[in-house]
Design a protein around this ligand. Structure first.
Ligand code: GLN
Length: 150
């Protein structure tokens, strides 16, 4: 499953109202679901959220704490060449009102950081990214996720 970017409040509300939230939680309990979460999706994968929570209902899948809009407002959106653990070449990442991962613990592994801000992490069947891999033609993140599954 891929939980895309957008608005984590809206996505979480729709997941909850439609019953998909409970269906996902059930699959998480069965340990049968792989999830890649990008941007707002990254927020939803977290166990904790700091700052503006609104009524985001988290999936509590990963041992990490996130902060929404951690780089600022829409006009502070940016592109940056980053290093990702396991990637031999840099990756051009697009950040749009992006969250950061403030801290990780337990089994959650940091895959990338910029300026001491964590922007990618992995734990078991889950991959969380604060940026938008679907907006570039570089498929390495998608390939990485597929390799986790097969
Ligand atoms: N700022 C949004 C949120 O907190 C995420 C933005 C995005 O997904 N591009 O949900």
């Amino acid at each position: 499953m891929i939980i895309p970017g957008g608005e984590s409040t809206t996505i979480s509300r729709i997941l909850f109202k439609s019953g998909v939230y409970d269906a996902i939680l059930q699959r998480l309990r069965q340990d049968t679901l792989y999830i890649m979460g990008t941007c707002a999706g990254c927020v939803l994968l977290a166990k904790e959220i700091v700052g503006n929570k609104d009524d985001v209902k988290l999936l509590h899948a990963m041992d990490m704490q996130v902060e929404r809009n951690a780089f600022g407002r829409q006009k502070e959106s940016f592109e940056k060449s980053i290093r990702i653990k396991g990637f031999s070449e840099p990756y051009n990442a697009i950040f749009i009102r992006a969250p950061t991962i403030k801290k990780v613990w337990g089994k959650c592994e940091i895959l990338s950081e910029i300026d001491k801000k964590i922007i990618a992490a992995r734990q078991d069947k889950f991959l969380a990214l604060s940026f938008h891999p679907e907006l570039t033609t570089d498929l390495r993140i998608h390939e990485y996720f597929l390799e986790m599954i097969v």
